[in-house]
Each structure stands twice: as structure tokens, then as C-alpha cells.
Design a protein around this ligand. Structure first.
Ligand code: AMP
Ligand code: ZN
Length: 493
């Protein structure tokens, strides 16, 4: 089907209605109308800037990390649907950082290198590629810029020099610190009561004037065998963690840009520090307009999934259990990004089964319509209403669960003719990113899926006789069904 026709039609509809987008801004703790930074913003030539805090590449990304990038992908797709152009930057934290956000703990990269008997550079390269592979598998649109911290040391040094010249730093014990006492609204995003917190915190680094201060440049490494070092005006060393995001976002997106994303763990330390140093460097004007944070993916027993902990689940593990990465993507769409997402294989099974049904429905429509001869269209008032509802759902702070409900409602609606239905579903998938446009005709028929589901129920009831019979029936119809941990896989014979 010709993508351009429907895209043109939708662009026109969107231009006519000029819909509002609302995003929940952590800075104000309110849903706010999205308005680009530039006063005379021009949709055809200007870009919306999005910066997403990227992975620390000393290990594989876990499925919790991946939730963060599925969320920023949805944000980007929603902006595209609203006819915005976007410039998206994701950084790669490949400099050795500490296991605590507050300049404490072990060096993460060094820990990875020791574990794997490799150099820190090899570790970084390996896990960066692995992360990009996951991104691809999850249909996350590749960012416009992948920005590696180690490729931008000069920019970080320049930013620290600016802060030093403006009087926001102090140098003690070989390290350059940011002086948070110079910033009246330090910690505004964390709603931090600085005085109360300062009294209650026990600071391990005696060089700090306040526990909230943080290192901009280390020359006194806490680790003897620190491999990553660069020359700087303060001596050979390496940057503190927070400075890289300020330096690289401003390099690519300018001094002021629209959206910064990350997980909720960054609200308390990393993002207050990014804001403080950036706003002091650019002259006390607002730096980023909208701060969006995704809630955590947690394990069913409520445990947080941590990269350095044992509760570590990767996309490959999930794939090896028989799930497609798109099952995991679909699973994410069912929960709003600001709600905790409880991971369990049972919940993933439900997502998988729903996706199988969705694919089957789309194929049924494609088969009926003899794809290729069909023109995508959106003409009837009813179908336009569905599009408007969908747009309203996703423009309401990326409400994908509601948008999915609109999708199922559409699929059931007999008043919409098949051609328009298929056009709408494929259009909705520009947000969902489930590859529906490219689904091959004649894949797995609905009848086979229903038989496999029946067989799964029989297996769960330990009714092996029925289960075997159903396997044979599926086989006789030209398909092979195999078992996964909690579900099934089907392939053509
Ligand atoms: P890291 O590689 O640890 O720096 O994390 C990469 C991104 O994943 C950051 O935006 C984190 O806030 C986010 N993140 C970390 N753990 C989780 C989790 N369990 N669920 C969702 N997002 C997470
Ligand atoms: Zn960051």
C-alpha cells in the first residue's frame, strides 16, 4: 500500500484541526499544553529537540532500561503524527561512573572490565552494540544522534571552564566540584527541601562543602587502575557523570530545547544537577521546557530491576523463552508510562496473545482486500472520528492504553468498511510501532491461532490427549506448533 497517500491525507487533517498535545511536566507536576520553545516556531523548518538519558554501557540493558526508550520512542512518534519534525539525541555513557548517583561507590565501567577481563573500551563498545541491537529489535526509531561521552570530552571541559569562570565551582583534593549553594533554586525538579535534606544526609566525601555538591572533573581517581583519562586544565582525569548530558544535549540541540526524558530515578540527583549546571552556564534562563520521566518496570514481587543487581532480565532472555521483542513492546503499550509496569511471564503471555490476535485480524483484512490493489483512505465521518479519538488519546500525555482500547473498538466496529479500517490500523501503528504495515499476507491464519490457544488451555489443564489431538490437527493444516514456557510458537511446515 502506498504510504504517502494516507500520510498526506493525515497531514492535512492534522493541519486543519491543529490538535493540542498535553505532556506531564515533572518540573511543575502538571499536565501542560505542549508549546515549542521558539516563539515563531515553524513546523515545516524547525525541529523539536528531545534528549534522552542513555544507557551506561558496562552491561546489557535490562528490560526496565528498555522501557525508558520505548517511552521516548512513543513521544517522538506522537510528535511526528502531529506534523512536528524532531531531533532526538540519546547519549551513551561510556565513561566510568560510580554505582551511586552521588559520586560514591564503585566505578561501573571498571567493574564490568574486571568481570569480563577486557579493557573498559572493549566493554563499552560491546555493550553499546548490544544496546543498539535491542533498540532495532524493538522497532524504536533510531535517534538522530547517538552521542558518546568519550567522544565529547572537549565539550565537557569547555562547559566546566564556563562554570569555573562564572564562579560556580571549587577545587579541592584534586577534583572540581559544582557549588550548589550558589544556585537559589537548586533541586527544584526534585521538590527538594535543601535545608532539611542537608541536615539528614551523611556525606562520605569530606571535600564537599555541601552533600548536594557534585564532581565535575576528577583528577584524584578513587581507583588505582583507572584507564580512561584525559588532559584538562585541572590535570589528567575524567569527567563526573552529570556534565556529559548538559554538554552533549546543548551541543546538538542548542542552549534551550523542548524535552528531556529519563527514568524516575533521575528526578532526585542526576536531573537537578544537569539543570543546575546548564542553567548557570547559559545565564539563568530556563534550559529544558518539559521534563518527562517514565516510572519503573518492576518484577512481580515489587523488586526494582537494577543493572548492578541480580534481578536482571534482558531482551535476549525474553526472546530465548519464545517471545518476540515486539511482544515486549506491546506489553509496554498496555500501561501508561507514568505507572509502574509489573513484569511477569504471565503478563507477557497476555500481551503476546493479544498481539497474535491483532496480527491475525490485520492479516484477515489484508487477505480480504488483496493488498496492493487497495488505496488507503480515510473518508467517512466515522473513520475520521476514530482517527480524532486516537489522536486525542495519544496527545493526552501519550495515553497508549487508551489508544489500544480505541484500536480494539475500531476492529470490532462493523460500521467501518474494511478498507478504511485497515487504513486506520496501519496509521495507528505509526505510534504503536508493531510492524503492522509490513505484516505478510497469508502468515498464520486466525483458525490456526485459535486451535493453538485451545491447545494451550488443554496443556494448562494437563489434558495431554486433547493437546496432542490439537497438535495433529494444526499439523494437518500445514503448521507446526511448539511450546514455550507459558505460551506457544507457530510456524509453517
Ligand atoms: P542506566 O543505563 O542505568 O543509566 O539507565 C538507562 C535508563 O533506564 C535511564 O533513563 C534510567 O532512568 C532508566 N531505568 C533504569 N531502571 C529502570 C527500570 N527498572 N524501569 C524503567 N526505567 C529504568
Ligand atoms: Zn543524563
Amino acid at each position: 500500500m502506498a504510504k504517502n497517500e494516507i500520510t498526506k491525507q493525515v497531514n492535512k487533517i492534522v493541519n486543519e484541526i491543529n490538535p493540542d498535545i498535553f505532556l506531564f511536566n515533572t518540573l511543575t507536576r502538571k499536565k501542560e499544553l505542549f508549546v515549542p520553545v521558539k516563539i515563531n516556531y515553524n513546523k515545516s523548518s524547525d525541529h523539536i529537540g528531545i534528549y534522552s538519558c542513555g544507557p551506561t554501557v558496562y552491561n546489557y540493558a535490562h528490560v526496565g532500561n528498555l522501557r525508558s526508550y520505548i517511552f521516548s520512542d512513543i513521544l517522538k512518534r506522537v510528535l511526528y503524527l502531529n506534523n512536528f519534525k524532531v531531533k532526538h539525541v540519546i547519549n551513551i555513557t561510556d565513561v566510568g561512573h560510580l554505582t551511586s548517583d552521588a559520586d560514591e561507590g564503585e566505578d561501573k565501567m571498571l567493574k564490568g572490565a574486571k568481570r569480563e577481563k577486557k579493557t573498559v573500551w572493549q566493554v563499552a563498545e560491546f555493550y553499546t552494540s548490544a544496546f543498539k541491537e535491542d533498540v532495532k529489535k524493538l522497532n524504536i526509531i533510531t535517534p538522530d544522534v547517538w552521542s558518546k561521552a568519550t567522544d565529547n570530552i572537549k565539550e565537557q571541559i569547555e562547559l566546566i571552564k564556563t562554570l569555573e569562570q562564572k564562579g560556580y565551582t571549587y577545587f579541592v583534593g584534586g577534583n572540581v566540584y559544582f557549588d550548589t549553594s550558589k544556585v537559589d533554586d537548586y533541586g527544584k525538579i526534585a521538590l527538594l527541601d535543601r535545608e532539611a535534606e542537608t541536615k539528614s544526609r551523611v556525606e562520605k566525601d569530606q571535600n564537599k562543602k555541601s552533600p548536594h555538591d557534585f564532581v565535575l572533573w576528577f583528577t584524584k581517581s578513587k581507583f588505582q587502575d583507572q584507564e580512561m583519562k584525559w588532559d584538562s586544565p585541572w590535570g589528567a582525569g575524567y569527567p563526573g557523570w552529570h556534565i556529559e548530558c548538559s554538554a552533549m544535549s546543548m551541543k546538538h540541540l542548542g542552549e534551550q530545547f523542548e524535552v528531556h526524558t529519563g527514568g524516575i530515578d533521575h528526578i532526585s540527583v542526576h536531573h537537578p544537577n544537569e539543570i543546575a549546571q546548564s542553567e548557570c552556564a547559559i545565564g539563568k534562563k530556563p534550559w529544558v521546557k518539559y521534563w518527562l520521566h517514565n516510572e519503573f518496570l518492576v518484577l512481580a514481587d515489587g523488586d526494582k530491576m537494577a543493572k548492578s543487581g541480580e534481578n536482571f532480565l534482558t531482551l535476549s532472555v525474553v526472546e530465548n523463552k519464545g517471545y518476540s521483542p515486539l511482544d515486549f513492546r506491546f506489553f509496554n503499550l498496555g500501561t501508561h508510562y507514568r505507572k509502574q509496569l509489573m513484569f511477569s511471564y504471565e503478563a507477557l503471555d497476555s500481551a503476546k496473545n493479544a498481539r497474535v490476535k491483532l496480527n491475525a485480524k490485520v492479516l484477515e483484512l489484508k487477505n480480504k482486500l488483496e493488498v496492493g490493489s487497495v488505496k488507503e483512505k480515510l473518508e467517512s465521518e466515522e473513520s475520521k472520528k476514530y482517527f480524532n479519538n486516537f489522536l486525542e488519546d495519544v496527545n493526552d500525555d501519550l495515553n497508549t492504553p487508551k489508544a489500544l482500547a480505541t484500536l480494539w473498538e475500531l476492529l470490532k466496529d462493523s460500521k467501518i468498511e474494511d478498507c478504511e479500517k485497515l487504513s486506520l490500523v496501519i496509521l495507528f501503528d505509526e505510534i504503536f510501532g508493531l510492524g503492522l504495515r509490513d505484516l505478510e499476507k497469508d502468515d498464520i491464519p486466525m483458525e490456526i491461532i485459535q486451535l493453538a490457544e485451545k491447545r494451550l488451555r488443554a496443556r494448562k489443564d494437563k489434558d495431554w490427549e486433547i493437546s496432542d489431538k490439537l497438535r495433529d490437527e494444526i499439523f494437518s493444516k500445514g503448521f507446526e506448533v511448539s511450546d514455550t514456557v507459558d505460551s506457544f510458537k507457530i510456524k509453517k511446515k
